[in-house]
Design a protein. Structure first.
Length: 266
């Protein structure tokens, strides 16, 4: 599906096989399944495939992630080799984070993560890393959505306090808040106009202490986040001159909680 772009939105079986470097028989089986699920449509007259309406259910943020994955892949591969840790890339889709890329180190625990998996935004490191740097209006909308979720057990006031810490530190951590036996540290990644996604590494408590996570891995992730943000076209000077926002590694707390506490308690 990543072959489909605004400039090239119709493909034949042969073209898709050539572009993906997968045999025609395998591609045909995949296309047949995607057509049955209405993600793709087939034009019998010109014998070409095109995106179906159900693709919209993936969310526009997921569709926009295709180019992001290509840009991010070499950066997270290099980081994974240097730190010997599995690295994950996730984007925000409504009130969830979606894993769109990962580089796994063989032999390490897999944590049952696959590309396409969705996790909560309020109690995960990648979620908080992104939430902390959203524009106030967007953040308010998401917290209103969270208020309606029975599984969300954190108050707006407490969440805003945690996001303040994330902005101050430049990274977010998760010490078994989402899943017992799982720790994570994450940093935001910025495009020219907004926070785009977050990168994390996930470890076992027995493997890495919180002190090590904060003092050893967080600074390295912050550096990676800066490099990837620059690759995506982020310009700290331009952002600062426009709205006084700081760089990804040292964004000061915005006192959003002062203006929203009264209407965001959950």
């Amino acid at each position: 599906m990543e072959c489909f772009t605004p400039k090239q939105h119709h493909f034949s079986l042969s073209e898709l096989s050539k572009n993906t470097h997968i045999s025609k028989s395998t591609v045909f089986r995949i296309l047949k399944t995607l057509c049955e699920m209405n993600y793709l449509k087939y034009d019998s007259q010109n014998k070409k495939y095109y995106l179906g309406a159900k693709v919209l259910s993936l969310g526009f943020s997921v569709l926009q992630s295709m180019e992001l994955r290509d840009i991010a892949r070499p950066y997270i591969e290099k980081f994974s080799r240097e730190c010997s840790k599995t690295v994950n890339l996730a984007i925000l889709d409504k009130h969830e984070m979606v894993y769109i890329e990962r580089v796994r180190v063989p032999g390490l625990r897999n944590f049952n993560i696959s590309i396409g998996n969705r996790i909560p935004v309020w109690n995960t490191a990648v979620g908080k890393a992104v939430l902390a740097h959203l524009e106030e209006e967007r953040l308010n909308e998401i917290i209103k959505e969270l208020k309606e979720l029975p599984e969300c057990n954190i108050s707006g006031k407490k969440l805003m306090k945690e996001l303040d810490k994330v902005r101050k530190n430049g990274y977010a951590v998760n010490d078994q808040e989402y899943l017992r036996g799982v720790r994570a540290v994450a940093v935001p990644v910025f495009s020219p106009n907004e926070v785009t996604c977050a990168i994390n590494i996930i470890v076992e408590p027995e493997e890495v202490s919180m002190i090590e996570l904060r003092n050893i891995y967080a600074p390295k992730l912050i550096k990676l986040g800066k490099e990837l943000s620059e690759a995506l076209g982020f310009q700290p000077e331009f952002i600062r001159s426009r709205d006084q926002r700081a760089t990804p590694s040292n964004i000061p707390p915005r006192r959003l909680s002062e203006s929203v506490n009264g209407r965001m308690e959950m």
